[in-house]
Design a protein around this ligand. Structure first.
Ligand SMILES: Nc1ncnc2c1ncn2[C@@H]1O[C@H](COP(=O)(O)OP(=O)(O)OP(=O)(O)O)[C@@H](O)[C@H]1O
Ligand SMILES: [Mg+2]
Length: 234
């Protein structure tokens, strides 16, 4: 069986804030299906990487090729229309809007405006909360809403920044199962503090240490690599 094609190819990416550089010469790639994990301790630069990929942050240097698009040259909106989805670490839902309204907004970037049922099939618990203000959801429910909302944009590549942060263990398992299903259909880039979860879901992993890719390889090899603990130690 042939390997699925590359959908994301990042080369020589430098990024930061003002004059302070956070990411140095990042190379990474993702295939059309499957998942890559991005690991690294607090402050390593994981969120900064996602912001650069989605276009919230303009890179200092480097190339981001996404499914035939030179993404570094175009707006976030254009990247989303081309199939990038992003679930940010914080403020991923509109707290004052209901669950239903949040989901409906998730579909607006697509011309065909997919119905919200798809997100409800994915996380049935959301169906019981449609009229509730998103700001009053539990942490786990809010994470499910954020993922469901992003899925309604029908992404080809879904980038998730710590989808299980602050979530109770039972819901973590549910989210992990759903992500494992999803990676059979689309490409996923998963930033996670739960290393075992991330390496279980992903086929390939990158470990970021102070803004550099310190270690990269198939998830099973990275799990067994003695350097992993060193790069993740506080
Ligand atoms: N808007 C900003 N302005 C200046 N510095 C920033 C900004 N956002 C992040 N940083 C700095 O960039 C570095 C990388 O931050 P980033 O949020 O990318 O880390 P992270 O790997 O996502 O960490 P965490 O695991 O805690 O989420 C940190 O030193 C942080 O303080
Ligand atoms: Mg972060």
């Amino acid at each position: 069986m042939s390997e699925p094609e590359t959908i994301l190819d990042v080369q020589g990416l430098d990024a930061g804030y003002g004059r302070s550089q956070v990411l140095f010469d990042i190379d990474l790639s993702a295939r059309k299906t499957g998942a890559i994990a991005i690991l690294g301790r607090n402050g390593a630069g994981k969120t900064t990487l996602l912001k650069a990929l989605i276009g919230e942050l303009k890179p200092m240097r480097g190339r981001i090729r996404f499914d035939g698009l030179e993404a570094q040259d175009v707006t976030t909106e254009r990247r989303v229309r081309h199939g990038m989805g992003y679930v940010p670490q914080e403020h991923a839902v509109f707290g004052k809007l209901t669950v239903q309204e949040n989901l409906t907004l998730g579909a607006v970037s697509r011309r065909e405006r997919p119905g919200i049922e798809m997100a409800l099939d994915f996380f049935p618990k959301l169906g019981q909360r449609l009229g509730q203000q998103a700001g009053t959801l539990s942490g786990g429910e809010r994470k499910m809403l954020a993922i469901g909302r992003a899925l309604l944009g029908r992404p080809k590549l879904l980038m998730l920044d710590e989808p299980t942060e602050g979530v109770w263990v039972g819901v973590i398992e549910e989210i992990a199962h759903r992500l494992t299903d999803l990676r059979r259909e689309i490409s996923m880039l998963l930033v996670e503090q739960h290393v075992e979860l991330a390496l279980g879901v992903a086929d390939y992993a990158y470990v970021v240490d102070r803004g550099h890719i310190a270690l990269a390889g198939p998830a099973d090899e990275v799990r067994d690599d003695a350097r992993l603990l060193r790069y993740l130690a506080p």
